[in-house]
Design a protein around this ligand. Sequence first.
Ligand SMILES: N[C@@H](CCC(=O)N[C@@H](CS)C(=O)NCC(=O)O)C(=O)O
Length: 211
Amino acid sequence: MKIELYHYIHCPYCIRVRMALGYLNIPWNSHVLPYSDEATPISLTGKKMLPILKDGSLVMNESLDIIKHLDTGNKLGNEEWRDFEGTLDQVAPLIYNLAMPFWVFSPEFDPASQKYFLKKKEAKRGPFAELIKKRPGFETELRPLLSSLEMRLKPFWESSTLGIRDIGLAAQLWGLFSVPEFRFSEKLHSYLMSVKELTQFNYTHFHWRQP
Ligand SMILES: N[C@@H](CCC(=O)N[C@@H](CS)C(=O)NCC(=O)O)C(=O)O
């Protein structure tokens, strides 16, 4: 039976799972949910949180648990994650502040989902119009953090081969591709392109299907 993945296009946790599925060459069916759809995720797992994986009768939340379940041969070195969430947490809020105002107007969001996302995220981060105004400051803060992450790439995270931490990092950094004129350093850009190739990842694939 084919794996079913319920996901949002922009969501870094969902991107982790898409990248892992591609890296592991596992065929899967895509269900991109509108952000305002509460009923579908709640009927599957009891909470409105994606990604959700359905594998036969097994239904799972939590990107890392999902990847461990899929990676039966531990090709991604899943135990190496350890406290990597802490490393990502240094850059994640800045990436969200920069990317969210653009994600919400991407083709993924229908009007109801835009309204839902804006209400939820503006309550936490403040008006998106303000985030846009503060963009130069967020970028200035982000640059040295990206440089320090970059120093750990050899060419993958502390390794010559791709692992679970690369999936986490690339999925988080991917959000910056939605920010107009944002430029990665040459090293980070080529790192992201290598991860993209190895994981057969195509961010916009589900945006551009013909109706
Ligand atoms: N720890 C979870 C986090 C997943 C998560 O936070 N998903 C967000 C999207 S990025 C979500 O579903 N949010 C729904 C909402 O806030 O309405 C994982 O690793 O899968």
